[in-house]
Design a protein around this ligand. Structure first.
Ligand SMILES: *Cc1c(COP(=O)(O)O)cnc(C)c1O
Length: 354
């Protein structure tokens, strides 16, 4: 069978769904029946195929395994109120994917493969979208270098894939956060704004060390002074100070431009807050805390949507937040959820119907 965008489709004989209950599924552990695969060779994308989910056979010299030309995205599809399925802002992920691709010297992936491939794949596996509240289908597009030569240069060949994983509810317990002053996630001129695999590998040690001390994640600070706040773990961060919602600005390329971050800025404005993107230092944050103005701190990202922070430790100081009273984070999360499952009007055109 060949679908609209020239995608070859091979279906499974029996679905793995039989006997599996799509409820309380741990994040990223179960995958649907099918996956999408496409190859980039001789300057063009070919072999665009949806087939049964299966292992890859890779040559040990596969370039991505050695030099890390590998990028990914994270998107969610929801069972929508009208009985259809919908994807949250997939075109924003497509543009970010291609920004990451350019930074890592990789080819861009066209809409016909990224969006149309995703749509066709989800249509095929639509029975895998959990319809319970706060459940969703997590979509993982990714690309990696497939040259089989050990030599440092941009690969001439790549593989693009999409996997689907039913998930939820993602219970995001309020977090204890350690303000990181030794390790750095991103510096100007680096790759902090790209969703490349290495950013994650590079962040793991600091997180593990923080966990040993009883914290859940670190709050990353700038590479020069370790004072300006960047992101919390692998999420963007928001500070509610008085009636202002402040989030670190993107301009020096050290921060991932989250789709949830952008959506949160829009919704927080609708909630009547002054939304401000700018540099913000830990000293300013401590001052706001000490004067009683710092009300809430939370992270935003596709996996958890909003993660509240209950403790923020910087040197000898710890800031405490009563997350039972975090009205803004809670209201923001419920407004975003309502848009995504169709219980609130999609006034921004964020939902892509399948
Ligand atoms: C993916 C990611 C985010 C969140 O982006 P969303 O589009 O909101 O999911 C934030 N920070 C980092 C480092 C990320 O990789």
């Amino acid at each position: 069978m060949i679908a609209a965008a020239g995608i070859k489709i091979t279906k499974v004989e029996t679905s793995k769904l039989q006997g599996l209950v799509l409820e309380n599924l741990p994040f990223g552990r179960y995958f649907t029946d099918h996956m999408l695969e496409a190859d980039y060779e001789n300057g063009a994308w070919t072999n665009i195929e949806i087939k049964p989910y299966q292992p890859l056979l890779l040559d040990p010299s596969t370039a991505a395994l050695h030099y890390g030309q590998a990028i990914f995205e994270g998107i969610k599809a929801y069972a929508y109120a009208n009985g259809k399925a919908s994807i949250f802002r997939p075109y924003d992920n497509l543009s970010r994917f291609n920004i990451s691709a350019e930074r890592m010297c990789m080819p861009v992936v066209p809409e016909e493969i990224f969006i149309e491939g995703m749509r066709t794949l989800i249509e095929l596996d639509k029975n895998w979208i959990p319809s319970l509240p706060e459940h969703s289908l997590y979509i993982r597009p990714f690309m990696f270098a497939t040259d089989t030569v050990i030599g440092v240069k941009p690969s001439a060949k790549y593989k693009f894939m999409i996997l689907l994983s039913p998930t939820g509810p993602y219970y995001a317990a309020p977090m204890k956060i350690y303000v990181e002053e030794t390790y750095t996630r991103a510096a100007p001129g680096g790759v902090g704004f790209a969703k490349n695999a290495g950013n994650y590998a590079g962040s793991m040690l600091a997180t593990e060390l923080a966990k040993k001390q009883g914290y859940d994640q670190v709050l990353w600070t700038d590479a020069f002074e370790h004072k300006y706040l960047q992101e919390v773990g692998t999420m963007n961060v928001f500070f509610i100070i008085g009636n202002r919602a402040i989030t670190p600005s993107l301009e020096d390329g050290t921060i991932l431009a989250g789709v949830t971050r952008d959506s949160a800025m829009v919704v927080l404005k609708e909630m009547g807050l002054d939304v401000i993107e700018r540099k913000i230092s830990i000293d300013e944050l401590l001052e706001a805390y000490q004067s009683g103005l710092l009300r809430e701190v939370f992270g935003t990202g596709t996996a958890a949507t909003i993660s509240m922070i209950k403790e923020l430790r910087y040197k000898e100081d710890t800031m405490y937040f009563d997350t039972d009273k975090s009205e803004i984070a809670r209201e923001l999360k419920s407004r975003l959820n309502a848009i995504r499952d169709g219980h609130a009007a999609d006034t921004h055109g964020w939902m892509y119907m399948i």
